[in-house]
Design a binder for this molecule. Structure first.
Ligand code: ADP
Length: 638
């Protein structure tokens, strides 16, 4: 064996050690999953080889029977997982194995609370992968050779998970990856044939790749290191689960398969599995995860759905197959008709793809709808984890907009218990004569709930939806109607309650408005360019004033958010509305002193902006003015 002496020691990224410690701690009670993770990687590697070999048969090197072999050596205390998949080049080892953490790690660390129980939940979401080997191993050796490279171009990687790893050139006759785990002394009980078979069957029965172990009667030979010579037998079913008939698959098998696919160590919420026959034949299997994948907000992340053609893995499905707003879905689409050499370009302009996409979206929406109907608790979990992403569909998928709308859930003034409501619930509770769905959007739930704009709605007992996700304002810009009812922001435009307005009240209000004409003019003069208009309102009961923007203007809180993000925001001058029944406003009407009127007007305006989540032009001046007015009152009261 010609082993090059070229050996180097490289450091992991700084977070790696911490991540490993956390992983070992968190997953300890579930430590067997390391085997599932390593076998999943081996299976992906074989999928990749099969795909690359479509264009270059030589990559098989005369051996196209792809498999994983699990073996062990009791004396040495080692467990070995060997595959004949694509393998890795030196650079790939550095990129894939040397970097424990991929994009998203920083956000992951920011989320950690230091509370072990909570963090343990997160680690699964992060996807543990290769490094789960360190749950049971004190040292891991990996030797790999990329298919197509010569035997001397193999690489040996070794680490004890302590912050660094070594890398050296190695010799490996067969392509693929061999991973040897040197188990910690107290983990050696794993090294029993029945134990390992049990774990493999439990976790990896449903993957398509054959998993082999030494034939039981040949076990003695395995210890001699004569692995090549001993007889192997397949210990999993190794048939592509998604191709099997639904009735033959148990719930447990679906769960295990999902874990393989997603590297999630919690089970999915639901799945939907279909075999479609006809002009287009394909199988699809989709899962809803029980928590948001950690890279859900990373737009460059891999998609969760894999495209296969006649059981050959082709690619992580792109936007062309599953729209972005469903990126939390995990699963597989396996087409019988597409050419094996299908490329991204073909995906983009392919009628077959469009048809599969359309019906996949339909199936996924059906699945989500069923969950909403049949299991409120699970639906709540889904909504909390992935609802924000689904909302993007209201904008991105006009064809399914109304269906998606039925799946939306909102906080509402109807219920303060935290139970979110659907638009259908809202409509069912509408008052006689009410023809609009009212909502308010604010930066936080608390801000929405205490907005002055809700006062008249509370008085009249009309329900208002409370929106406080960043995506809400954007989404509402595209949603004008649901089930024939228009949606109306209570903070935009003049308040028209239509049939909900009491005629007598309305007349009285007009009288009052007349009385306040003079004051309205004076306030307008005092505020000048800052306001578009000043008017008397009946939307307030407790607050003296509020601001509203035009029907088509951007909400004040959104303007602030976008400005903070450095974006150009079209200037929308708000209208100030004053409450003629409020003592501050009534007393202001009696004042003559122009300076005083100016100060009070400014105060009413600034207050209103603040409660709207807006930003003051000059906050220090606001504080100074408020203090002057308070002091004047204090002195008067003495
Ligand atoms: P993940 O599988 O989620 O990407 P891992 O940490 O398990 O994360 O693996 C990182 C990468 O290392 C894989 O994406 C793959 O490129 C590479 N890798 C891991 N195991 C193997 C293997 N047996 N053969 C080839 N490449 C592998």
């Amino acid at each position: 064996m010609s082993v090059d002496v070229h050996k180097e020691t490289l450091e992991f990224q700084t977070e790696a050690k911490q991540l490993l410690q956390l992983m070992i701690h968190s997953l300890y009670s579930n430590k067997e999953i390391f085997l599932r993770e390593l076998i999943s990687n081996a299976s992906d590697a074989c999928d990749k080889l099969r795909f690359e070999a479509l264009g270059d048969d030589a990559l098989y090197e005369g051996d196209s029977e792809l498999q994983v072999v699990v073996s062990f050596n009791k004396q040495a205390g080692t467990l070995t997982i060997r595959d004949n998949g694509i393998g890795m080049s030196r650079q790939e080892v550095i990129d894939n194995i040397g970097t424990i953490a991929r994009s998203g790690t920083r956000q992951f660390f920011e989320k950690l609370s230091g509370d072990q129980a909570k963090d343990a939940q997160l680690i699964g979401q992060f996807g543990v992968g290769f490094y789960s080997a360190f749950i049971v191993a004190e040292r891991v050796e990996l030797t790999t050779r990329r298919a197509g490279l010569s035997a001397e171009h193999a690489v040996r990687w070794e680490s004890s998970g302590e912050g660094s790893y070594t890398l050296e050139v190695a010799h490996k006759a067969t392509r693929g990856t061999e991973i040897t785990l040197h188990l910690r002394a107290d983990e050696r009980e794993l090294l029993e044939d029945y134990r390992l078979r049990g774990i493999v069957r439990r976790y990896s029965d449903s993957i398509a790749l054959p998993i082999m172990m030494a034939k039981q009667d040949a076990e003695g030979q395995a210890a001699d290191g004569g692995l090549e010579r001993i007889k192997l037998e397949r210990i999993n079913q190794a048939s592509a689960l998604w191709k099997r008939a639904r009735n033959d698959i148990s719930e447990q098998e679906y769960q295990d398969f999902y874990k393989h696919l997603s590297h999630d160590f919690e089970g999915p919420l639901v799945h939907t599995h279909a075999h479609v026959e006809g002009r287009q034949s394909y199988s699809s299997l989709f899962f809803l995860p029980s928590r948001a994948p950690f890279d859900l907000w990373d737009r460059d992340k891999r998609h969760g759905v894999k495209l296969y053609v006649r059981r050959v893995f082709i690619m992580d499905a792109a936007e062309e197959l599953i729209p972005n707003y469903l990126r939390f879905v995990r699963g597989i689409i396996d087409s019988d008709d597409l050419p094996l050499n299908v490329s991204r370009e073909i995906l983009q302009h392919n009628r077959q793809i469009e048809v599969m996409r359309g019906s996949s979206v339909k199936k996924i929406l059906d699945m989500i709808e069923d969950l909403a109907k049949n299991d409120a608790a699970k639906y709540r979990t889904f909504w909390e984890q992935c609802g924000k992403v689904l909302k993007e569909g209201v904008v991105e998928d006009m064809a399914n907009q109304q269906r998606i709308c039925q799946l939306l859930r909102f906080d509402s003034t109807h219920d303060s218990s935290g139970e979110r409501v659907s638009l259908q619930d809202y409509i069912a509770r509408m008052k006689p004569g009410q023809d609009k769905i009212y909502y308010i959007s604010a930066e936080t739930l608390a801000a929405a709930r205490s907005s002055p704009h809700l006062e008249v709605f509370r008085k009249k007992d009309i329900e208002v939806l409370l929106m406080h996700d960043r995506v809400d304002e954007w989404m509402m810009g595209y949603l004008f109607e649901f089930d024939g009812k228009s949606l109306q922001s209570v903070a935009k435009g003049s308040l028209e309650l239509g049939a909900l307005d009491d005629q007598e009240e309305k007349q009285k209000f007009e009288q009052v408005a007349d009385e306040f004409k003079g004051l309205v003019e004076r306030i307008k003069t005092a505020l000048g360019e800052q306001v578009k208009e000043v008017r008397v309102t009946h939307r307030l009961t407790d607050s003296p004033s509020c601001v509203v923007v035009g029907e088509h203007d951007m909400a004040i809180n959104l303007q602030k958010l976008l400005k903070a993000a450095g974006q150009q925001v079209p200037e929308a001058t708000p209208t100030l509305e004053i409450n003629p029944h409020h003592p501050l406003v009534r007393n202001l009407k009696q004042l003559d002193d122009e300076t005083r009127i100016r100060d009070w007007s400014q105060l009413l305006f600034d207050q209103a902006l603040l409660s709207e989540g807006g930003q003051l032009q000059d906050p220090a001046a606001f504080v100074k003015r408020t203090n002057e007015l308070l002091l004047a009152l204090m002195l008067q009261g003495r």
